[in-house]
Design a protein around this ligand. Structure first.
Ligand code: PEP
Ligand code: MN
Length: 357
């Protein structure tokens, strides 16, 4: 299969199917339903499932592979499954799986990736690489480089978020800046999003999927199951085929290219925004000059730079205003911290002129 060509043909390029293959009937039922809607380009099912803890369902292995392949053939769609070691690659290639994917728990380990890359030498199969579980761009880049060096040219990236301890909203926090940085680093590699593993809850899928498409991703992988609540793995995040269809029809596909008229409006607005930024920065510069004056005064009177109590009040007052200003607490806090650090640097400079900053 020419994965890159297929991804370019349909936007979004949709991959769907159950988290895990559980029974022959389950695989056929859900993949037939998905195929009937005509919106999915690649069918998935996990056969080997690296799970974080033992005693979780870790997949049926080779036994389930023919079910996936038969469902694909019957519906005239290519199929994909996860490989986590050389043995999986060997078996998947023997059966003729159209596309392989590498999971987040594997991308994190360079030796595991190298083993897979070595097993793939000479094969023509496309490979989709999920981001590593930790927010390390270079591990992700490194995985692509190892596969490229093994002669794999058909590669795509799949963003599934990064491990986080007890987050209120996400199962895996998206850190959108990392896939964006990957696209900067390797622009030739198509970028897909896996809202199922980012959100962890079916109610959160649309928001993540919409954001991915607004960031110009090429496609989506959505876990789909005939009876999501009864799934043997990841029940809370899976949707039925109907649910998938509905979700896809709700996504608004926006364009990247602008018409002349749109561009002229946006250029004017960007200029206005740049004008505001100019004002913000000249105020900041003025603020730092004032901090230096205060620094001189503190120096002459032997007062410390930091008065903890005062700083606590400054932050508390600003945070109180955040809501009225329509700003998040997190944003106000990080702006204030940055201003404070810069201000301390300026005061330190005038108070201790002989010390390096
Ligand atoms: C999966 O896609 O079912 C899976 C195990 O994903 P991840 O590697 O993102 O955890
Ligand atoms: Mn899953």
């Amino acid at each position: 299969m020419d994965l890159i060509k297929e991804i370019k043909k349909s936007r979004p390029f949709v991959i769907a199917g159950p988290c895990s293959a559980e029974t022959e009937e389950q695989v056929h039922t859900v993949l037939d339903e998905i195929a009937r809607d005509g919106k999915t380009a690649l069918l998935r099912a996990g056969i080997w499932k690296p799970r974080t803890r033992p005693n979780s369902f870790e997949g049926l292995g080779e036994l389930a592979l023919p079910w996936l392949l038969e469902a694909g053939k019957k519906n005239n769609l290519p199929v994909t499954t996860e490989v986590a070691n050389a043995k999986h690659v060997e078996i998947a290639l023997k059966y003729g799986v159209d596309v392989l994917w590498i999971g987040a728990r594997t991308t994190v380990n360079p030796f595991a990736i190298q083993e897979i890359a070595d097993a793939l030498k000479g094969a023509k199969v496309p490979v989709i690489v999920k981001n590593p579980v930790n927010p390390d761009l270079m591990l992700w880049v490194g995985a692509f480089e190892r596969l490229q060096q093994a002669g794999i040219t058909q590669l795509a990236a799949l963003h599934r978020g990064f491990s986080i301890y007890k987050h209120a909203k996400y199962r895996n926090i998206p850190n959108w800046e990392i896939p964006i940085a990957l696209r900067e680093e390797m622009p030739e590699i198509p970028l897909l999003c896996d809202p199922s593993h980012i959100s962890g809850k079916r109610e959160g899928l649309l928001e993540v999927a919409q954001k991915a498409m607004d960031l110009n991703y090429d496609g989506l992988m959505i876990e789909t199951h005939p009876n999501p609540d009864g799934a043997w793995s990841d029940p809370a995040q899976q949707v039925t085929a109907n649910g998938l269809n509905e979700l896809l029809s709700k996504i608004i596909l926006r364009k990247e290219e602008l018409s002349e008229e749109e561009l002229s409006y946006i250029v004017v607005m960007r200029e206005k925004i740049a004008g505001l930024d100019d004002r913000i920065f000249s105020l900041l510069s003025e603020r730092m000059k004032m901090a230096e004056e205060v620094g001189l005064y503190k120096r002459e009177n032997d007062i410390t730079i930091l008065q903890q109590e005062h700083w606590r009040n400054v932050i508390a007052n600003r945070l109180e205003q955040a809501e009225n200003l329509h700003l998040t607490n997190q944003f106000v806090r990080s702006i204030m911290d940055a201003i404070h650090q810069e201000s301390i640097r300026h005061q330190t400079k005038v108070m201790n002129p002989s010390l390096k900053r």
